[in-house]
Design a protein. Structure first.
Length: 465
C-alpha cells in the first residue's frame, strides 16, 4: 500500500512539471512577437516617408491659360498646336501622349482650354481681310465711307482764238473768210450743251497791215466774250464789234489764253482751245513754244488749229503749233468745210462722254467684284477652318473620356457646349460683318452706276450728232 502511494506521488509530480513547462512556453511567445514587431518598425517608418515623397511629386494644379469663349478678337489670336484636318499619324501619337499626361479630374472649362491650345483654328489672315476690306467703291478720287462722292459731270471750257488780221478779209467759196468764221463759231457756240463755257479772244483786230501800225496791231489781243455759258445776244454782239485789220500775233494770243484758263483746273475740268487762223505768226512770237507751254501746264488744255485757207508754208507752221499743243490741225477752204469740221468736233465730245461713262461703269464693276469675292473667300476660310477645329475638339472628348480626364459627366457637357459656342460666335461675327459691308458695297455700286448712266444719257443726248 505504501508503494502504491509513492508511485502516485511520483506521477503527480511529473504531471505538474509538464504543466509548468507548457506555461513557460506560452508566456515566452508574446515576448518573441514583441521582438519581431520592434524589428519591423523601421520598415513601416520608411513606408510612411516614401508615401510623403510621392505626395510631394504629384503634378501641380492645371495652370493652362483660360481660352476665350465670346471675345472674337481674342479667339482670332488663339492658334492650336495642330492643324485640323492635316494632323499626321506621328502627330496623333504625340497628341495621345499629351492627353495621357493631362491633369485628371478636369472641369469642362479646363478641358476646353486644353482643346483650344491643341486645335484652335488659325483664322487671323482671313479675319484681317474681312476687317480691313473697305466696301466703298471709289472712282476718280477717294471717297469717305460716310459720304458717297459721285464724280462731278465734266465741265468743258472752249476758248476760241479768232484771227482778225487783214488777210481774213479775203474771199473763199461762200463769202469773206471773217464772216464765214464768225457764222460758224456762232453756230458751234449755240450748240454747246448746257454747262459748257465758251470764251472768245480776237487778235490782230487793230491798226492796219502796214509797218507803221505793226506794234499797235501786234499788241491787239483782247477777250471780247468772257469765259461763261453761251448767251446768244451777247455772243453775237461780241462778234459784231470787230473786223479784219492788221498783223497776226498768234503766239501772244495763245499765251494770253493760258492766263485766261489759269483757274480752270481739276479732274472734271476739260479745256479745249480752237485757233481759227488763215496764216502764220507775223509778230515775231513763237506760237509753237506758247502752245507747248499751255498744253504742258496744270491747265492741260489741248490746242487745236483750224487753218482757214492757209498756204503750204502756213500749214507747216500751224501743224507744228497743233502738235506742240497736243491737239490737231485741220485745213478748211470753204464755208461748208468749216461748218463740217466744227460739227465733227462737237460729235467728238459725245463719243468722249460715252467712253467716260463706259470706263467708269467697268471700273465700278471691277471694284465691286474685287470687294465681294475677297470678302467671300475670306469668310469661307473662316467658316471652313472653324468647322474643322470644332470637329477635332468634339472628337477629342472621346479620348479624354476614355482616359478618365473629366471630373464628371457634367464637365463633359460643359466642354461640348463651349466648343459649339466658340464655333457659332466666330462664324456669326464674321458672317454679319461680311453682310454689313456687302450691303454698303451694293448700295454704292447701284448709286454710282445710276449716276454715271444718267450723266451719260444727259450729255450723250446733248452732244448727239
Amino acid at each position: 500500500m505504501k508503494n502504491i502511494k509513492m508511485n502516485w506521488l511520483i506521477i503527480m509530480l511529473l504531471f505538474l512539471a509538464i504543466l509548468a513547462g507548457c506555461s513557460n512556453e506560452e508566456a515566452a511567445a508574446p515576448e518573441e512577437q514583441a521582438d519581431d514587431t520592434v524589428q519591423e518598425q523601421p520598415e513601416a517608418e520608411t513606408a510612411i516617408e516614401n508615401r510623403g515623397d510621392e505626395e510631394e511629386e504629384e503634378p501641380a494644379e492645371n495652370d493652362m491659360p483660360e481660352a476665350a469663349v465670346h471675345n472674337v478678337e481674342e479667339m482670332v489670336k488663339e492658334k492650336g498646336k495642330y492643324i485640323p484636318n492635316e494632323i499626321t499619324e506621328q502627330q496623333r501619337e504625340e497628341l495621345q501622349r499629351e492627353l495621357e499626361v493631362a491633369p485628371d479630374g478636369m472641369t469642362g472649362e479646363e478641358a476646353y482650354s486644353l482643346a483650344v491650345s491643341l486645335f484652335a483654328a488659325n483664322i487671323e489672315e482671313a479675319a484681317t481681310i474681312i476687317n480691313e476690306t473697305d466696301p466703298v467703291i471709289k472712282i476718280d478720287s477717294a471717297t469717305p465711307e460716310d459720304e458717297i462722292d459721285i464724280p462731278e459731270s465734266e465741265t468743258v471750257n472752249v476758248a476760241i482764238l479768232l484771227d482778225a488780221s487783214g488777210s481774213m478779209a479775203g474771199e473763199v467759196s461762200g463769202g469773206q473768210k471773217m464772216e464765214l468764221a464768225k457764222s460758224a463759231i456762232q453756230k458751234y457756240a449755240a450748240d454747246l450743251p448746257e454747262g459748257s463755257n465758251i470764251m472768245l479772244r480776237v487778235y490782230g483786230h487793230e491798226g492796219t497791215g502796214t509797218d507803221a501800225d505793226k506794234a499797235m496791231s501786234c499788241a491787239s489781243n483782247e477777250v471780247v466774250y468772257d469765259l461763261s455759258g453761251y448767251n446768244e445776244q451777247k455772243f453775237r454782239a461780241s462778234l459784231d464789234q470787230f473786223a479784219p485789220a492788221g498783223w497776226t500775233p498768234l503766239a501772244g494770243a495763245i499765251e494770253a489764253a493760258e492766263a485766261d484758263l489759269n483757274e480752270q483746273k481739276g479732274e472734271n475740268v476739260r479745256n479745249v482751245v480752237y485757233v481759227v487762223s488763215d496764216g502764220i505768226e507775223t509778230c515775231d512770237g513763237d506760237p509753237v513754244a506758247a502752245a507747248a507751254s499751255l498744253s504742258g501746264s496744270d491747265i492741260q488744255a489741248e490746242v487745236n488749229i483750224i487753218g482757214f485757207d492757209v498756204d503750204n508754208e502756213g500749214q507747216k507752221q500751224l501743224e507744228e503749233v497743233a502738235k506742240a499743243g497736243n491737239g490737231q490741225y485741220k485745213s478748211v477752204y470753204s464755208e461748208s468745210e468749216l461748218n463740217e469740221y466744227l460739227k465733227q468736233e462737237y460729235s467728238r465730245l459725245y463719243w468722249e462722254w460715252l467712253a467716260w461713262s463706259n470706263d467708269r461703269i467697268f471700273d465700278i464693276l471691277a471694284q465691286s467684284n474685287d470687294i465681294h469675292f475677297d470678302m467671300l473667300a475670306a469668310n469661307n476660310d473662316v467658316s471652313f477652318l472653324s468647322l474643322a477645329s470644332k470637329n477635332e475638339m468634339h472628337a477629342l472628348h472621346y479620348d479624354l473620356k476614355e482616359l478618365e480626364k473629366f471630373k464628371d459627366e457634367e464637365a463633359v457637357d460643359v466642354y461640348l457646349d463651349l466648343i459649339d459656342t466658340r464655333y457659332e460666335t466666330v462664324r456669326n461675327h464674321f458672317r454679319q460683318e461680311v453682310d454689313r459691308k456687302d450691303t454698303i458695297r451694293k448700295e454704292i455700286k447701284e448709286k454710282l452706276e445710276t449716276e454715271v448712266r444718267e450723266t451719260r444719257e444727259e450729255k450723250g443726248e446733248e452732244y448727239s450728232p
